[in-house]
Design a binder for this molecule. Structure first.
Ligand code: ANZ
Ligand code: ZN
Length: 874
């Protein structure tokens, strides 16, 4: 019999509605079974799902469905990371209110997400812009303020002098304001920061325990935290050259061993000594103003050309009072790191070398690599930062780098100037406190009030949430919250006098630093979490998301969880036990002769004798096939999930996305391969229908014994079950899919043999088809439900228990042994697992290769190493 074609368009919405009605994916907090928390990074409601989302959520969904079938109480929630600048831009460009824009987008995207068939618990849904969410965030901010984890700090901000407003880094384009085009200045202002640096050491050390995180992500975090051990050294300043009041320059170095290779000192433009020197030197003041324009972004500083200005000030070498070093103001020294001052050793630091080569200051190598002659070792353009022995370094000569570091530290620690030691060991971290103030409207209001008399006053708990006003206008540049005529004017909660609200809102990274904890009990109206519940449902067992969030989002979440612990909202430190970073979806690019890009939907690919060729559907003109790249709007190489689902169904999209590459690698979207996935869906459908037909003839009870054919099929089924089960646990989905295909082939072979199989075979076919459907149900849940019905199974496959593996079917019947003649490998032999030595010997001696190797010589002995080797001694 031939079944009708499987019709995804008809089937998929029907099953989605059924799952919904029965609420089978809602997890209950009082469920006694062990919990398993699967979470994909929640989306920003931009308006449309992109194909990267489909991949991300499908990966999580396979795991969630699998763990549910394995008997876990699976928590798999979804929400919206809903604050941020695009909503304000939409308000400016299209005159729609940020709130309306955001919630409309959420509605549209939720519909799209549903069409993918994800097993999500929508009962826990929230958006971070819901006052019922950010109310708790405000409460936690106040708790952190009380615990000394939130503070005010002076920070430099981008200031647009024309629009008279602070700009976010992304609003500064080539040093100019995005709206005014004015050259942006740096201004110091009081900002709110979270004291993440209190946890620098702990955040670093705890990375070792995150053994289900990718190594590369842990490394990125390690580098970001940037711990370095070094020495603070107080250089005396030569009084004759130094502005009054200044006597010494404190530097931080990780290479005190290189002190005898010092050629210059350099200080940041913001260093007090630079300011003092500039007061008397207009040229220097001008230089400082100039280099400050490039801003403070690390990436800019790293790539900008090294520039310096000699202040005329001289510093004295700590080991030689007659040795004077020039002090420069340099654009590559940051005030925010160490002491904002360094000594430069050009031979062993590339940046310093570039600097001296520009200003003709020369260099002296002080570390000589093993095997090099110190007399001829010179440095010209490339600094040497490797290992070696000290040279040109007086009392350090001949020492290793480590020994020299130790010697310098010891000597300078015990040398006093004034009452303080000249040198002091110090551990520095690159990690800075987290500045959370944003001068934006569409964010979580920071719940404090500024009173001229009482200073900063927290908003009392019973006045939370501080909600955003909705009647805002974006006519003026800057923060709409600040411009609002009435919102910020309040009376002080402490003294009752006139006061103003804080108009800064929180960085949206705050919103995403605890949403995973909120999902455990989003119904709690009085507190951010219900600790007993959060402690049971957290940590997230498997978190899945893009590697672009490997540093900030994950680090902030790790910090915030610790802050929640310190303030009593949860009792653990690490939010994500397992982390997985998925690859991107990439696609070919297509370009017309005039250089303009065209979308994949506009072209037709023709495969002919001389390869693939692309033509424009509309005109038939040739289109150039360009490189495969990350999908982007600018190159138009995107595919729309809605289109894919409309033409193929969600299951095909899911299957294709899982099948073509390991989940952590990029996957190339290819229409040809998607069509392949669509054909496979129909093939499975036919297989299951045919199997169901044969299954009707199967005995109800399991046969007592199975013949070879039935046995072989059962082995294939349970083998696939075993491999797919362990593969899903490790997120090796592409491998799982390959096993499913292989198993489907094995079943197809049995079906191809004819219509009337023996009862044991019919029983095995029915069993195999049932297992097959369950195996692909996490990947193609709609097709699986439809097949489940065809097989006459009761209930939903989404609710069925994962099949039991019969372990004895996994044991191979035969073993393959290596065959040696006089110790040399000559081939191998496959014998029944139960074969006795005599049987094995006979099989080995009958081999042509063995006969040839013996070359007529008599056999003296045959040694059988069970399950491994047979050695024939001749
Ligand atoms: C002398 C020296 C010689 C250095 C040498 C390096 C190599 P990490 O590992 O990142 O801690 N440094 C210190 N403070 C700085 C600042 N505010 N801005 C720019 N650079 C600064 O790096 C520590 C090294 O970075 C320090 O060691 C210092 O240069 C520089 F062959 O001192 B070093
Ligand atoms: Zn007051």
């Amino acid at each position: 019999m031939t079944a009708e074609r499987y019709n995804a368009r008809e089937s998929e919405p029907r099953w989605q509605a059924t799952w919904d009605q029965k609420a089978i994916f809602a997890s209950k907090n009082d469920d006694p079974r062990p919990k398993y928390y699967v979470l994909e990074m929640f989306p920003y409601p931009s308006g449309r799902i992109h194909i990267g989302h489909v991949r991300n959520y499908t990966l999580g969904d396979v795991l969630a469905r699998f763990m549910r079938a394995r008997g876990f109480n699976v928590l798999h929630p979804m929400g919206w990371d809903a604050f941020g600048l695009p909503a304000e831009n939409a308000a400016i460009e299209r005159k729609v209110a940020p709130k309306a824009w955001t919630y409309d987008n959420i509605a549209a995207m939720k519909k799209q997400l549903r069409s993918i068939g994800l097993s999500l618990d929508w009962s826990r849904e929230f958006a971070t812009c819901d006052p019922s969410y950010y109310k708790h965030q405000q409460k936690m901010f106040l708790d952190m303020l009380g615990a000394g984890l939130a503070e005010r700090e002076k920070r430099k901000l981008n200031w647009d002098p024309v629009d008279m407003t602070v700009l976010a880094n992304e609003q500064v384009i080539d040093g100019r304001g995005w709206r005014s085009g004015a050259v942006v200045e740096q201004r110091e202002m009081s900002q709110w920061v979270f004291k993440i640096t209190k946890y620098s050491q702990e955040l670093l050390e705890a990375l070792d325990g995150l053994d289900r995180w990718p190594d590369k992500v842990r490394l990125m975090q390690r580098n970001w935290i940037g711990r370095s051990e070094g020495l603070l050294i107080r250089f005396a300043l030569d009084a004759a050259t130094t502005p009054a009041g200044e006597t010494e320059l404190k530097i931080f170095t990780t290479r005190p061993d290189t002190l005898f290779g010092a050629k210059f000192m350099a200080i940041s433009a913001d260093h007090p000594l630079a300011q003092a020197a500039a007061a008397k030197n207009p040229k220097l003041a001008e230089f400082i103003a100039d280099i400050k324009k490039i801003g403070t972004a690390q990436s800019i500083i790293d790539t900008a050309e090294k520039q310096g200005f000699d202040t005329g000030i001289k510093a004295v070498h700590p080991f030689d009072p007659s040795w004077k070093l020039p002090v420069y103001v340099a654009n590559f020294v940051l005030m925010e790191y160490g002491t904002g001052a360094i000594f430069g050793c050009p031979a062993h630091d590339q940046r310093d070398l570039d600097f001296v080569n520009k200003y003709n200051l020369g260099n002296v190598p002080v570390v000589c690599p093993e095997g090099q002659d110190p007399k001829t070792f010179v440095i010209t353009d490339v600094a040497y930062d490797g290992d070696g022995r000290m040279i040109n370094s007086r009392f350090l000569d001949g020492m290793t780098i480590d020994a020299a570091k130790e010697e310098v530290a010891k000597r300078l620690e015990s040398e006093l100037r004034g009452n303080a030691p000249v040198g002091e060991r110090q551990v520095n971290f690159r990690l800075r406190d987290w500045g959370i103030s944003r001068q934006r409207y569409w964010g979580c209001p920071i719940p404090v009030i500024h009173c001229p008399k009482c200073d900063v006053v927290p908003v009392p708990d019973d006045q939370l949430p501080v909600t955003l006003p909705e009647d805002v206008s974006f006519d003026k540049p800057g923060n709409a919250l600040d411009h609002h005529p009435t919102w910020k004017h309040v009376s002080c909660p402490k003294c009752g006098g006139k006061a103003v609200r804080e108009t800064d809102t929180m960085d949206t990274f705050v919103d995403s630093s605890w949403y995973f904890a909120r999902f455990t009990d989003p119904w709690n109206e009085t507190a951010p979490t219900t600790p007993a519940v959060a402690n049971r449902m957290m940590p997230v067992d498997q978190y899945i998301g893009g590697v672009e969030h490997a540093i900030l989002h994950l680090l902030y979440s790790r910090f915030f969880t610790r802050a929640m612990k310190a303030t009593g909202h949860i009792d653990m430190s690490e939010p994500f036990a397992g982390m997985f970073t998925q690859g991107m979806v990439v696609h070919e690019t297509y370009q017309k002769a005039d250089g303009s890009w065209v979308t994949p939907a506009e072209v037709k690919i023709e495969v002919g004798g001389n390869g693939r060729r692309a033509v424009l559907l509309a005109t038939g003109e040739d289109v150039e096939i360009g490189p495969i790249e990350k999908m982007s709007k600018s190159k138009k190489n995107t595919v729309d999930p809605d289109d894919i689902i409309a033409s193929y169904g969600a299951d095909v999209a899911r299957w294709f996305m899982l099948s073509d590459s390991p989940p952590d690698r990029d996957v190339i979207w290819s229409d040809e391969r998607v069509q392949g996935a669509a054909r496979f869906v129909q093939r499975l459908w036919r297989l299951v229908n045919e199997s169901a037909e044969i299954g009707k003839a199967a005995p109800a009870a399991r046969p007592a014994t199975f013949g070879p054919e039935a046995q072989a099929l059962r082995k294939a089924a349970h083998g696939a079950l075993d491999k797919v089960s362990s593969g899903i646990e490790r997120l090796h989905f592409n491998v799982c899919l390959a096993h499913i295909r292989e198993f489907a082939n094995a079943l197809a072979e049995v079906l191809a043999k004819g219509d009337k199989p023996a009862p044991d075979v019919a029983w095995a076919v029915k069993e195999a088809a049932t297992i097959l459907v369950q195996l692909f149900s996490p990947m193609m849940p709609h097709l699986a439900e439809e097949c489940w019905v065809v097989l006459g199974q009761r209930g939903l496959v989404s609710e069925a228990d994962w099949p039991q593996i019969e372990r004895d079917l996994l044991v191979e019947d035969s073993v393959t042994l290596v065959v040696q003649v006089n110790g040399k490998k000559r081939g191998d032999v496959t014998v029944p697992r139960t074969a006795q030595n005599a049987e094995i010997e006979a099989a080995v001696l009958a081999l042509d290769a063995v006969k040839a190797a013996l070359d007529g010589k008599p056999v003296r002995k045959v040694i059988v190493v069970p399950m491994r080797i047979v050695n024939v001694v001749g």
